[in-house]
Design a binder for this molecule. Sequence first.
Ligand code: LMR
Length: 385
Amino acid sequence: MSQFESFPDPIPDPIFGITQLFSEESREEKINLSIGAYVDETGRVPILNVIKQAEQELIESETTKAYFPLTGDRLFNQKMGEMMFGTLPPNAFTLSTPGGTGALFLAMETLVRHMTGTIHFSNPTWANHKQIAKRCGLEIGHYPYLKKDRSGVDFDEMMRAIGEIPPGEAICLQVSCHNPTGYDLTPPQWDQVLDLVVQKGLIPLFDYAYQGFASECQTDNYPLRAYAERGQIGFVAYSCSKNFSLYGERTGALAVLTQSPEEERKVQGVLKSLVRTSYSNQPIHGTKLVAEILNSSDLTAIWHTQLSQMKERLEAMTKELSSGLNLPHLAEAHGFFTLLPISLDQVEKLRRDHAIYMPDNGRIALSALNPSNIHQVIDALKGVL
Ligand code: LMR
């Protein structure tokens, strides 16, 4: 017996834990609707052709595997700024990070060490948001997001709750393809939220993990462009996992909006020290691939086409699910997920009686649906809803 004996019992991750349960399921007809990655019709996470092409070019041109500087790759950072804002605003900078989660971690560590002890998330939100915040030592608050019947955004309640957050605290806002609901704000609603955030002096941490899945890349970044115009401080955590299908390559970025070169220098210093003392350097492979694609107009055009194909398949599955279940509001969801109007008992019944697996909150990963399983899923859902 050692000190390890007194360690707490492991708590399964609310999303990855379901995939673990699924892998232990022996029934052949089993379906995993919990996957947080885009899978194609054959159930495989694809490597995009454009990635293969960029990899080929990289193999031929790459002369070193040296470390990046602590801020990451200069070209990638510049391209990420353009993806997020069109043009990087004055006194803003970007830093390469190990995925969107790495960016969220750096932002939340910066918040808790130097700015505020509390961050507010939408209710519901991505399960890992709260786990990262807790690990960083932030207190967690919530603002309502979803209507009680899960049919869309409860905008009035959201605004009322944001209006009650004490000045100086942080708020996490998902830019598009809200995870887990799929429901996004309209541009006029964003304007109202951003005005309120500015008026209250809140610190926004935007989470942008699905650029290009709600609409064209330079359209669905509206909230970031609109916020940048307001000239305030904030953070953006960006993920290339989904739109470049680079999940395991851990490729992402953190943008920070500051108000002067002096502020920029100091915030960069804090972030460089966090990078150095946690994982030391950005993984290079995925970072170089994305930079290579975005630095070539030919590769960028191919990438946009492949991104649209993934988006269109998700939209087709969303529509079919919505009409099959006779739930018209589901068709308004964007991106990877939708949240079914379903209880935990019903989620468990689906696992038990139909070998259909989803997280406890009733979130469906839409890309896990395909023409050969969608009817099985619709029939099973009709039986429990
Ligand atoms: C998800 O929400 O399932 C994805 O973002 C993958 C993950 O890391 O949880």
